[in-house]
Write a protein that binds this ligand. Structure first.
Ligand SMILES: NC(=O)c1ccc[n+]([C@@H]2O[C@H](COP(=O)([O-])OP(=O)(O)OC[C@H]3O[C@@H](n4cnc5c(N)ncnc54)[C@H](O)[C@@H]3O)[C@@H](O)[C@H]2O)c1
Length: 347
């Protein structure tokens, strides 16, 4: 039996979800919805049913089993609750929501309705990420002393004011209410990896700045954040979207008692350094390319594995790769970092 899916939101990533569902032999895409018209979205050849509201779509198709939420960040909670209320499983694009309270509301509803919540953190599927988790968990690298995460990306007017919108501030990206901030939209994948590999953090200190996004976003474009790991050792996140022209890197450096490693590349796809006592780096499977949005690039294109994980879990063959509690944890960490946000523009 095929699992019957629907997708809410048919922008960049919603179209990708729809395509990955179509390509999976054990999945069926029943319907999609978006507030924009089919013409605007370039979906005039769409074979599946199309609706302008999730309410209409859910009412018309009681057979839907799982709903993928691909709308702006600030709408994830509303749309997840709507789908859960209709007794559907939900697959929520990152971040799960923009507050811990909203994540909790999703979890309570899912428990009441006995449905699964899948969070999208597809970088976990990248071979270097899985390898890092292994060498930390199995203490191959020894005790963790220091972890440095560098996320230096380009997000300029080509991202915030795409063709057709140039000259006017529009859309959800860059707004406090629907986007929430750089750590939520650009770098939550990396905060997820930090949490997944090293566990929770405390004693957070942070400094933020907005170098060149004053006319594009309502929040910071850069920050230095440092903390302790509850499991021992200390870490930092240095991030920016103010990099000129294109993404520079997403990298992680770990200093452990038995060795040091660095995984880098534009989206943490290459092991650049590995020197560990009595250990040889195994050959890792190649990492998928980054999502390519034309003028800018995103995170690893691992959405096929995501859809397979949903199907495998619903068919009882495996468990959820990123569950609701982990989705909540990432939001909780970002909320705690942002509680320190007092922004200086161009200081
Ligand atoms: N996992 C990843 O690598 C990845 C990559 C890109 C985006 N995302 C996430 O996916 C989400 C969408 O991002 P995007 O880049 O596709 O944005 P987008 O702006 O391209 O698409 C969002 C779509 O949602 C639609 N929408 C807005 N309000 C709606 C409503 N009330 N009902 C139905 N549709 C509505 C918009 O019309 C638009 O088509 C965001 O949460 C983002 O963080 C994740």
């Amino acid at each position: 039996m095929k699992i019957k899916f629907a997708v809410i939101g048919q922008g960049h990533i919603g179209k990708r979800h729809a395509e990955m569902i179509r390509r999976n032999a054990e999945a069926e895409l029943v319907a999609v919805c978006d507030i924009a018209t089919k013409e605007y979205l370039g979906l005039t050849d769409l074979k599946e049913s199309f609706y302008n509201t999730p309410e209409e779509m859910l009412a018309a198709h009681p057979e839907i089993e799982a709903v993928n939420i691909c709308t702006p960040n600030g709408l994830h909670a509303t749309h997840s609750l709507l789908a859960l209320e209709a007794v559907k499983h939900v697959v929520i694009e990152k971040p799960m929501a923009l507050s811990k309270t909203d994540c909790e509301a999703i979890i309570f509803k899912a428990l009441q309705k006995n449905k699964n919540v899948f969070c999208v953190m597809q970088n976990r599927f990248s071979p270097p990420s899985a390898w890092l988790k292994k060498i930390v968990e199995e203490k191959i690298i020894g005790d963790v002393y220091m972890v440095q995460l560098n996320c230096y990306w380009n997000r300029d007017e080509r991202y915030y004011l795409p063709a057709g919108q140039a000259g006017k501030k529009g859309g959800w990206k860059g707004t406090q209410e629907l986007d929430g901030g750089t750590l939520f939209t650009q770098f939550s994948h990396w905060i997820d990896l930090l949490y997944w590999i090293f566990g929770d953090v405390n004693n957070i200190q942070a400094k933020f700045n907005d170098f060149n996004h004053a006319s594009l976003t309502e929040f910071e474009d850069s920050g230095f954040v440092n903390f302790n790991f509850v499991n021992g050792g200390m870490g930092c996140i240095n991030y920016s979207t103010a990099v000129w022209n294109k993404n520079l890197e997403s990298s992680i450096t770990i200093i452990g008692s038995k060795g040091s490693v660095k995984v880098g590349g534009q989206y943490m796809d290459k092991v650049e350094y590995c020197d560990i006592k009595d250990y040889t780096l195994p050959e890792l499977a190649p990492t998928n390319e980054a999502n390519d949005y034309g003028a800018y690039k995103g995170s690893a294109n691992n959405h096929p594995q995501l859809i397979s994980n949903v199907i495998d879990t619903l068919k009882g063959r495996t468990s959820i790769t990123t569950n609701a509690l982990e989705g909540l944890k990432v939001v909780d960490i970002i909320e705690r970092i942002y509680s320190l946000r007092t922004l200086n523009r161009k200081s």
